[in-house]
Design a protein around this ligand. Structure first.
Ligand SMILES: NC(=O)c1ccc[n+]([C@@H]2O[C@H](COP(=O)([O-])OP(=O)(O)OC[C@H]3O[C@@H](n4cnc5c(N)ncnc54)[C@H](O)[C@@H]3O)[C@@H](O)[C@H]2O)c1
Ligand SMILES: O=C(O)C(=O)C[C@@H](O)[C@H](O)[C@H](O)COP(=O)(O)O
Ligand SMILES: [Zn+2]
Length: 356
């Protein structure tokens, strides 16, 4: 295995998965090793690591799958199982799964006995390029996305792209949205490269390269601002609207995957970028059409606008009762802490409703 980024990086590309995990288990001082996974990830991915020395069934915590389970009830169950399973300050938690167990597991580890070490082994595209990296951990609370959490870096992140072989199309496409986000905040060349990639029939060896590039882009922003005081806010492009769509959909029992919600959000935020910063309108239209052809359309009407606005008032980039957006002057030219009036936000929602 080798570090993907700099010498200081905690992200590694697996070369021999079983040996690499054993290296981590023996390489970091600990007494007991716990494994956390969700039901589906456990069924699909655990067989690939079940012979790893150090893992044991009695120290395996399985949580229900799906983002609606990334909440306080599941978190309490994990704390309970760690506590009753004899975990102590020196225990190590390995999370195996997508962004949901990475976020929740990282938060459980960060808070259990005031913090134990954790290692992420991401098994979805979205978690490999984004959620497992950068130290944002947390849970959803009272209908708001990631309302409670802490920044805390994983001891290590181990990327094994062959886990993607069992991932369904929808989740591959969902992860692609965060890769597109990375392109928008990075460079037009990168977007040109991604827009020609057929995510519905992916060439997995090319995808592996794209995953590595995407991780490098995320890591660049994280290294420069780990606690999101300034430039890391670029990684939140598309999420002010996106999280509002995701929460609304969850509340209405028509859940959309995180990446899809971010793609819908990016269309709104590109339009807002046009209004506020002059992002060229022909490019807004062509990107909106391309994103619609990949991710489809999120149905809502103007009756939802007030609720979506209310949801946005919980965004973590906000301050002084203002909703702050990350917007783009052009692809790769980021402006953080951009304000917009309620009318401009509604105009963006209106634009979105009418592009179909
Ligand atoms: N912390 C961060 O920086 C960050 C970044 C982006 C997203 N997130 C969060 O990540 C979550 C979304 O992550 P996700 O899309 O990975 O969702 P997820 O973890 O819910 O995984 C999606 C589905 O895929 C299944 N699965 C996992 N690995 C599989 C595999 N290899 N084969 C078959 N099925 C598999 C899971 O069981 C689940 O049903 C959201 O909660 C989002 O808020 C966090
Ligand atoms: O790493 C970051 O920073 C991000 O914003 C990455 C996002 O893709 C991710 O969805 C993150 O969890 C959103 O964070 P939040 O602070 O808006 O809850
Ligand atoms: Zn995201």
């Amino acid at each position: 295995m080798f570090p993907l980024l700099s010498k200081e990086s905690n992200v590694f590309i697996a070369e021999d998965l079983k040996k690499d995990i054993e290296y981590f288990i023996s390489g970091f001082p600990h007494d007991k090793v716990f494994l956390l996974s969700d039901e589906t990830a456990y069924e699909m991915c655990y067989p690939k690591i079940k012979e790893v020395v150090g893992l044991s069934p009695e120290r395996t915590v399985i949580i229900p799958s799906g983002d609606h389970n990334k909440g306080v009830e599941t978190l309490a169950k994990v704390w309970h199982l760690l506590s009753h399973g004899g975990a102590d300050r020196k225990s190590l938690l390995i999370t195996l799964g997508g962004g949901m167990p990475c976020d929740l597991g990282g938060f459980a580890a960060s808070t259990f006995k005031r913090g134990i070490q954790f290692i992420n082994i991401p098994t979805t595209l979205l978690a490999q390029v984004d959620a497992s990296i950068g130290g944002k951990t947390g849970i959803n609370f009272e209908g708001f996305k990631n309302e409670v959490g802490v920044f805390n870096q994983a001891t290590a992140v181990l990327i094994e792209t062959s886990f993607l072989d069992t991932l369904d199309k929808e989740n591959i496409v969902s992860g692609f949205a965060e890769m597109i986000k990375h392109a928008f905040i990075y460079s037009a060349d990168r977007w040109d490269q991604l827009k020609d990639f057929d995510i519905f029939n992916p060439d997995y060896s090319q995808l592996k390269e794209l995953v590595a590039d995407s991780i490098r882009i995320k890591d660049h922003f994280v290294q420069n601002d780990p606690l999101e005081n300034h430039i890391r806010k670029a990684l939140n492009f598309g999420h002010t609207f996106g999280h509002a769509f995701e929460s609304l959909a969850m509340h209405e029992n028509r859940a959309v995957l995180h990446g899809y919600a971010v793609a819908f959000g990016m269309i709104c935020e590109l339009y807002l970028s046009h209004i506020r910063l002059g992002f060229p309108m022909p490019q807004v239209m062509s990107i909106a059409n391309q994103l619609e052809s990949i991710f489809g359309h999120f149905e809502f009407t103007k009756d939802h606008f007030d609720e979506l606005y209310r949801l946005m008032t919980h965004d973590k980039k906000n301050d002084s009762n203002r909703i702050n957006f990350t917007l783009l002057e052009e692809i790769g030219k980021i402006q953080i802490n951009c304000q917009a009036s309620k009318d401009e936000i509604f105009d963006s929602l209106h634009f979105y409703c009418n592009i179909k």
